[in-house]
Ligand binder design. Structure first.
Ligand code: MN
Length: 228
């Protein structure tokens, strides 16, 4: 039996609410501009163009409840999102079949170094430097879909230091969960352990050290994260 030449990296895993079980994460896909009002605030057309995706790294997910202010930026933004965790995968999944692959849902953040993302956009470069940095996706516990059901609608809300910053409803997503899964599966082989971030409603903005972000998605759960 060959041995690893270095210690294998730890498996990234999310706690499953109400259990002592863990959900191991394989890949992280994130959809861009999935709420019309957010597309408009970022200077884009809210029309239903084909969706686009970028990726974060599995170990960017962080259930600790703390978000360390990252280096090389002066403009880190909050984006509250719903995380969709797949319990199985495949290719060319039809929208009608897609929900059968969902293990559960969680509240999470797509924290963004907006200044670096902005430079990358302007220069036609990839977004990772703005999106896929250490601990850039604070994530709450996973709530199994057999408990929550499929959230057709539900208020999405983010308070920062008690002040309402972002609000929307899951029913405002331009591309719904079954469509996102189906679309991605036409381009990638999805598998158990993959997670998808849903996109964010309007109201994104900066955080500073000491801020307390209280996120909630009706029917899914809550997540409080401190900027440290
Ligand atoms: Mn986002």
């Amino acid at each position: 039996m060959p041995r690893y030449v270095i210690d294998p990296p730890p498996i990234v895993a999310l706690p499953v609410a109400g259990t002592d079980s863990l959900f191991p994460v394989r890949r992280v896909y994130c959809i861009g501009r999935n709420y019309a009002a957010h597309a408009v605030e970022m200077g884009h057309d809210p029309d239903r163009e084909p969706p686009f995706f970028f990726q974060k790294n599995p170990d960017n997910l962080d259930p600790s409840g703390e978000f360390p202010y990252p280096p090389q930026t002066a403009d880190v933004h909050h984006e509250i999102e719903m995380l969709i965790a797949l319990g199985s995968g495949g290719t060319n999944i039809s929208p009608d079949d897609a929900l059968s692959h969902v293990f559960g849902y969680a509240v999470c953040f797509d924290m963004t170094r907006r200044d670096l993302q902005g430079q990358a956009k302007k220069m036609g470069r990839p977004w990772e430097i703005g999106k896929a940095f250490e601990r850039s996706a604070p994530t709450g516990p996973l709530h199994p879909a057999n408990v929550t059901g499929y959230p057709h609608h539900g208020r999405v809300q983010l308070l920062v230091n008690g002040e309402l910053r972002q609000e929307g409803d899951l029913n405002q997503m331009i591309w719904k969960v079954p469509e996102m899964i189906s679309y991605l599966s036409n381009y990638f082989a999805l598998a158990a352990g993959d997670v998808i971030l849903s996109g964010t409603p309007a109201g994104v903005g900066p955080v500073v050290n000491g801020d307390r972000m209280e996120a909630s998605i009706e029917g899914i759960g809550e997540l409080t994260v401190t900027v440290a």
